[in-house]
Design a protein around this ligand. Structure first.
Ligand code: ZN
Ligand code: FE
Length: 242
């Protein structure tokens, strides 16, 4: 099984450092910055061989060049955003397989937050790295795509096995949950989850990763009954101050 280490950086980003013990290979998902990632790997005696990017935004790719310079690693990311990620070595698209040691990740195209956004699904590990597409009780903003696209992305992700552990790139859970309570106030799973989230955040603890099962139970964007309902929710969240 892979080992996944959470590295909090910037104001609310998480970089995921992933180690595969059988091969000894190590990979980083969406390094916003380089220094804390290199330090964490060094402290563990891990040598970073790969970076996997989900989309071009600087808070996901900002550390690429410095980590490449320090380690000679290769960078994999969305073919559709290659022009905006100059450090890319390998361009991937829907259905492509990326490997960490003997472990396979399948690329899912999930456009909407950005036009070429991808997620990495590791079926054998019941794990998915989803960047800024799915968050705990939330979803990414629609910067380069439509509500229809994002709704379809969320339905695809929700159809992964319920035990799948989902690694988003941000700690947005408290704000997402407060909004979710305004649109789904009678959802007992949501209310119970928010009690835990409030306590975790008050103690300065992280609230992700999450799971597909937890999101199906509490995420209003996944639970929306149609793309139209999803679009109304997304607009509501964009305007929400809570
Ligand atoms: Zn982003
Ligand atoms: Fe981001």
């Amino acid at each position: 099984m892979i080992e996944v280490v959470r590295i909090p950086v910037l104001s609310d980003n998480y970089v995921w450092l992933v180690h595969e013990p059988d091969s000894g290979e190590t990979m980083v998902v969406d390094p916003a910055v380089a220094e804390p990632v290199l330090a964490e790997a060094e402290q563990r005696g891990w040598r970073i061989g790969q970076i996997w990017n989900t989309h071009w935004h600087p808070d996901h790719t900002g550390g690429n060049q410095a980590i490449k310079d320090a380690t000679g690693c290769t960078v994999t990311g969305p073919a559709a955003e290659a022009a905006r990620i100059p450090t890319l070595d390998r361009q991937v698209a829907e259905g492509d397989v990326v490997r960490l040691g003997g472990i396979e990740a399948v690329v899912m195209e999930v456009p909407a937050h950005t036009a070429g956004h991808i997620a990495y699904h590791l079926p054998s590990q019941a794990t998915a790295f989803v960047g800024d597409t799915l968050f705990a009780m939330g979803c990414g903003r629609l910067f380069e795509g439509s509500a229809e696209q994002m709704y379809a992305n969320l339905q695809r992700l929700a159809a992964l096995p319920p035990e799948t552990v989902v690694y988003p790139a941000h700690e947005y859970t408290l704000s997402n949950g407060r909004f979710a309570l305004t649109v789904d106030p009678d959802n007992q799973d949501l209310r119970a989850r928010m009690v835990e989230v409030e306590a975790a955040r008050a103690a300065g603890e992280p609230t992700v990763p999450t799971t597909i099962a937890a999101e199906r139970a509490t995420n209003p964007f996944i639970r929306a009954s149609s793309a139209e309902a999803f679009a109304r929710l997304r607009k509501g969240k964009d305007e929400f101050r809570g």
